[in-house]
Design a protein around this ligand. Structure first.
Ligand code: TTP
Length: 627
């Protein structure tokens, strides 16, 4: 449901930058001989030449469209160059496109807050940069205005003839309102950034410059390729008056249809006829206000400082006769998707110190008889546990749970036409505590394992095939998504476990020295972490008692057997750790900042006489199976 955000600062300068026929440009950079030729990138799938997923502007002139297959494109444009999307593990490998997108982001993010909205789209908040420019070097004071900036399209500026001259006049007008002056500065900055992107990456892009994200996004697609469009506030009314509701973000679906069918609203501007109360009455408070706002071009959505993906996802479709019919076939594909997902989140953790917390499975399926033909396969999610095997195990359970619900009391045969898994709720690992930094490997692992016994949950689909609004949806555009090129080897997976290894070794050394309780405490925690992260093989089993898990223990900690053989009593003692048991000499061995922290912690622990389970450090190091 849309949330209204009144724009409290009407003079922001926001740009939306969108790469032109992005995958084609990436392929043309790889093979420069394709430059200037009608080119299209086709999906991995050789049926009728594969589906087109990106089409060059040269090919568009011949009528080639994304909805076509390679064979159809060849009919309308015999000279078309079809390049197949790279493939890994039998699926599309989008790595090259993803990292090309990152190259662009790193250039664009130099001038202001930058939000990576999809693989090839970025929002920039250029307010500060534009204000500084207006103060220091306003357009009127420039000897020459960037040629690319002068090619801008300024909405509402009349006359196609001598457009550049008109634009130049608009840029330096002495009677311009402050907001327009800011937009002019923003346009010069964006033109410069686009030039940098071209120089550094060889890619062209188009942009919209406006006072909010919504208008900037609408504008960026108006003049493509390699152009930019400015939306002064005086042009907003006309822009929206002729904008079909379905073209507006969030109005492409049921809400847009209801506006058309129930209120006769075809263009966004038609909404102006309705009072806010009327819209609220019909669509609820928030949606009503949101509609009232967008009819006036008002949107306070912030550009979020985010250059990393919000989530990671990978999926695969199985159209027509390729639909999956057996649990084994589903499991085999799920396993591959999980391998990819695991690699991606592991890389994210290693490179960006971010941890994903939720695993979600989406599927599309149908029953072979037409009982409940409209019933959808429910999306399911659960806490995410790191490690390929665990992700595979959990994804399978999510699928089984979803399938049971999907089939209900009918025991029909089924077919699965698409599978996708995603890792969401990606958060930075806490970095505030020095002790957690010291035991960083441990802290990551522990944080991850803590969630292992939560229940599977229904999940409102967080992305849908074809949608392009954030980094996950972008992946779904081409059905086979977010594949990681590198193949997964046995020892690739549990880098978390490797970190545990290190800690175990450290602990063992300390033990051998006859030292202390604190490291014993941490080693106990490690072992328990390992223990806890090895979830039982079914969710109902997860509810069974500690005893059963104890039997599993020795095999779980294979390779760390001495530490692994921790008894219930020992483990319990780590949970109910007594501060007075700590050998002070152990603390002396820790780095100074951590010594201070641990001493403070022990002091308060002694003061309280009892251990506070909720206190941050305990919470951090203890792996609570019931958490
Ligand atoms: P878009 O930005 O939608 O399109 P585009 O960059 O190809 O062309 P335009 O100049 O019109 O913006 O998508 C970016 C890339 O995402 C595109 O090059 C290929 C990929 N993609 C898919 O794989 N499947 C899809 O359905 C869509 C829409 C895009």
């Amino acid at each position: 449901m849309p949330i209204p955000r009144p724009d409290l600062q009407g003079d922001r300068v926001i740009a939306h930058v969108d790469m032109d026929c992005f995958y084609v440009q990436v392929e043309q950079r790889k093979q420069p001989k394709l430059r200037g030729l009608p080119t299209a990138v086709v999906q991995y799938n050789d049926w009728k030449g594969g589906a087109l997923i990106a089409v060059s502007y040269e090919a568009r002139k011949f009528g080639v469209k994304r909805s076509m297959r390679g064979a159809e494109a060849e009919m309308v444009c015999p000279n078309i160059q079809l390049v197949q999307v790279p493939v890994a593990r039998g699926k599309a490998d989008l790595n090259a496109y993803r990292s090309a997108g990152s190259e662009v982001v790193s250039i664009l993010s130099t001038k202001g807050r930058c939000e990576r909205a999809s693989i090839d789209e970025v929002y920039l908040d250029l307010t500060d940069a534009a204000e500084s420019m207006l103060l220091e070097t306003p357009p009127a004071a420039l000897e020459d205005i960037d040629e690319e900036a002068l090619k801008s399209h300024v909405l509402g500026l009349s006359g196609d003839e001598d457009r550049e001259k008109n634009v130049q006049r608009w840029f330096i007008r002495s009677d311009a309102i402050h907001q327009d002056r800011l937009l002019a500065c923003g346009a010069i900055i964006v033109a410069h950034l686009r030039g940098e992107v071209l120089k550094e990456t060889e890619f062209t892009c188009s942009a919209g410059i406006a006072h909010n994200k919504m208008l900037a996004k609408l504008a960026s697609g108006m003049h493509k390729p390699a152009q930019q469009t400015i939306v002064p506030s005086s042009a907003v009314k006309d822009l929206l008056a002729s904008l079909p509701v379905k073209k507006m973000k969030q109005l492409g679906g049921k809400l847009g249809s209801s506006l058309q069918n129930d209120l006769g609203v075809n263009n966004v501007g038609d909404l102006l006829k309705f009072s806010e109360e009327k819209l609220q009455e019909r669509y609820g408070f928030n949606t009503g206000t949101w509609l009232w706002n967008i009819a006036r071009g008002i949107s306070g959505d912030e550009v979020k400082g985010r250059v990393l993906p919000k989530s990671h996802g990978c999926g695969k479709t199985f159209p027509g006769p390729r639909a999956l019919k057996t649990a084994a076939a589903v499991e085999s594909w799920l396993n591959q998707l999980c391998e990819e997902l695991s690699e991606r989140i592991q890389l994210d953790m290693d490179q960006n110190k971010r941890v994903a917390h939720t695993l979600t499975l989406h599927a599309r399926a149908f029953k072979t008889s037409d009982v409940e033909p409209h019933k959808k396969f429910p999306s399911k999610s659960c806490p995410l546990r790191y490690g390929i095997n665990k992700i595979q195990e959990d994804a399978k359970k999510l699928f089984d749970t979803g399938l049971r619900e999907f089939l209900g009391s009918h025991s029909n045969a089924w077919r699965v036409t698409s599978l996708a898994i995603s890792a969401g709720k990606i958060l930075d690992t806490p970095r505030t505590s020095s002790i957690s930094r010291f035991f960083q490997g441990k802290s990551l692992s522990s944080a991850i394992s803590d969630a292992s016994n939560d229940d599977i949950q229904d999940d409102a689909p967080s992305f849908s095939i074809g949608c392009k609004e954030n980094i996950v949806p972008e992946s779904d555009k081409d059905e086979e998504v977010f594949v990681h090129g590198k193949s997964v080897k046995e020892d690739d997976a549990p880098s978390k476990d490797r970190k545990i290894d290190v800690l175990c070794t450290q602990s063992r050394k300390q033990k051998d020295k006859g030292n202390g309780s604190i490291l014993k405490f941490f080693s106990g925690t490690n072992t328990s972490t390992k223990h806890a992260s090895n979830a039982p093989s079914s969710w109902s089993e997860s509810l069974k008692g500690q005893d059963q898990r104890d039997h599993q223990e020795e095999s779980l900690v294979d390779g760390h057997s001495r530490l692994g053989k921790i008894s219930n009593q020992q483990r319990d003692s780590s949970w109910n750790f007594n501060a007075e048991d700590i050998d002070p000499s152990v603390i002396d061995e820790l780095p100074e900042e951590i010594q201070r922290e641990v001493r403070g912690w022990i002091c308060s622990s002694k003061r309280a006489k009892t251990t506070k389970r909720g206190s941050s450090i305990f919470h951090y190091f203890t792996t609570d199976d019931n958490a």
